[in-house]
Each structure stands twice: as C-alpha cells, then as structure tokens.
Design a protein around this ligand. Sequence first.
Ligand code: S0N
Length: 272
Amino acid sequence: MNWTSAADYQDIRYELSGDGIAKITINRPEVRNAFRPETIIEISDALEKAREDETVGVIILTGEGPLAFCSGGDQRVRGDTGYVPGGKSVGRFHVTDLHVQIRRLPKPVVAMVAGYAIGGGQILHLVCDLTIAADNAKFGQTGPRVGSFDGGYGASLLSRLVGPKKAKEFWFLCRQYDAQQALDMGLVNTVVPLDRLEEETVQWCREMLALSPFALRLVKLSFHAEEDGMAGIQQLAHDANLLFYGSDEAKEGREAYKAKRRPDFSQFPKRS
Ligand code: S0N
C-alpha cells in the first residue's frame, strides 16, 4: 500500500491512500507509542483534517511498528494536575476531548492494532468504531497499578462491549488478554496475521467506501444516540435537520423569509 504524507507533525504521521482512506499513525515506538499531550493535540488536528477532506471516507488510527498500538499516557509527563504539555505548568487529560471527537466524527474510524493496546491505548481503540487486530495484539488496563483509572468510556463502553463482570476484571486485575481472547469477548472485529494487518484493514475500509457515506454517518450516530445521551441525540437530530434542509418544504421556509412573504406550507403533505 502506498501512502502519501499529507501533513507534517512531530508525534504522528498523517497519510492518505488516494482512494478515500486517511491513516493516522502514532509515531513514538521508543515508548510503545505512549501519548503525551502534544500527541493528542496532533491526532485531534489530523482527525479534523480528515473530517473536512471531502475525498476521505474512512480513517485508520494505528501505532508505528509491530510492538504497540499505544501504551496510553506517557507517564514521564504525568504531573499532579494531569498530563503536562511542554512549556506549561498545569496539565489536564487531553484525551477526554479526543474520545468525544472520535465518537462524534461523522466518518468511520478503524483502529488497526498490532502489539500492545494498554491503558489509555486500549481506550483509544475502544472509542474507534471498528478494531482490526493482529495476532500479536494484547489488550489490558494498568490504571490501578499506576495509580489511575478511566471511569469514562474506558469503563462504560468496555462494559457494553464485554459485559460488566469482564470489564471490572479488566480494571480490578490489570491482566492482559491476547487477540483471540479479545475476539471471543467481542472487543475486536477480527484477528489477522500481523503481516496481513494493513492489507485486511484497508480491505475493510474499501468495503465501507463502496457504501453510502451518509448512511454510514447516520448509522454511526444512531448507535451513539442512546449511548451518549442528550449529546448523542443532539448529533443525530442535527443530521436529520441537515437532510431536511434539502427538502422543498424546508426550502419554502427559507425562500419565503428571504422574499419577505408568508411561507406556503399548504402544498406539503401532512404525512401519516
Ligand atoms: C506496554 C507495555 C506492556 C509494553 O511492555 P514491553 O514490550 O516489555 O516494553 P517496555 O520495556 O515496558 O517499554 C519500552 C519502553 O517504553 C516505555 N514506555 C512504555 N509505556 C510507556 C508509557 N505509558 N509512558 C512512558 N513510557 C512508556 C518504557 O518505559 C520503556 O522505556 P525504556 O526503554 O526507556 O525503559 C509496558 O511498556 C507497559 O505496561 N507500559 C505502561 C502502560 C501504562 O501504565 N500506561 C499508562 C496508563 N494510563 C494511561 O494511559 C492514562 C490514560 C489517561 O490519560 C486518562 C484519561 C482520562 C482519565 C484517566 C486517565 C488515566 O490516567 O488513566
């Protein structure tokens, strides 16, 4: 697969396939692709680029190299106020907004996981829409071992996927689970040999690219409408409005306003 670099970043790569796929790669293999605040800020920027790019239909999130998808927050820049970016004295959890951004992104996001998806790295794959795992993938939480926890999507979404008992096991025992176990518990969509990981992921992306982009968008938001409460319903409702804008009925309201006349909605059926 020939990818073309489409932006310059320090901690990540942003590349395009040329046929509708954007790939974001966390490029910090020396720390098993742990993320620091700058990494998250760059991923967020790249996701926005992919969102705005009308040629992009599907986004892959992955980590550099065969050893890790992502090992979570970079513990070296974890301060007493969160994760602290260079030049700042106060930190926060930059991933909070990133999780929401991936959930709200109106295009499918696919996690392509080789090696470890641990701690915040496991949560990153959780918030992606699909996960393609290599046969060397390992999933797990470390929070309580390193004095931390993620009770957000890291608990609720995990619980939805694998059930509350198993989700608690993840967090209470901090064990690691291999790719087959992850598949068996519904954590990932498929497991493939490591050397076929990208080929298979691209194939899944191309299958989605052949489908109606707006239907994919609406079905993604529909899944999240209930899970994300009012925020999920708001997004689905606004997309319904987006479609309504294209109707003659909505246009009549707009045109009447511009022409300073009373709108004539009598021409439109009161549908059963
Ligand atoms: C991933 C593991 C299992 C890989 O083991 P392996 O292959 O034996 O490699 P190592 O020798 O351990 O690692 C190689 C080098 O990489 C460094 N490194 C690895 N992970 C990190 C990391 N997360 N931060 C900094 N450095 C890391 C190693 O130190 C080593 O470097 P050298 O060669 O110089 O010694 C294994 O590495 C592992 O278990 N890593 C730690 C996993 C972990 O505990 N992650 C943090 C968990 N917490 C979060 O992710 C935070 C998430 C978050 O931001 C958050 C958000 C909202 C609410 C709560 C939280 C929260 O804090 O949880």
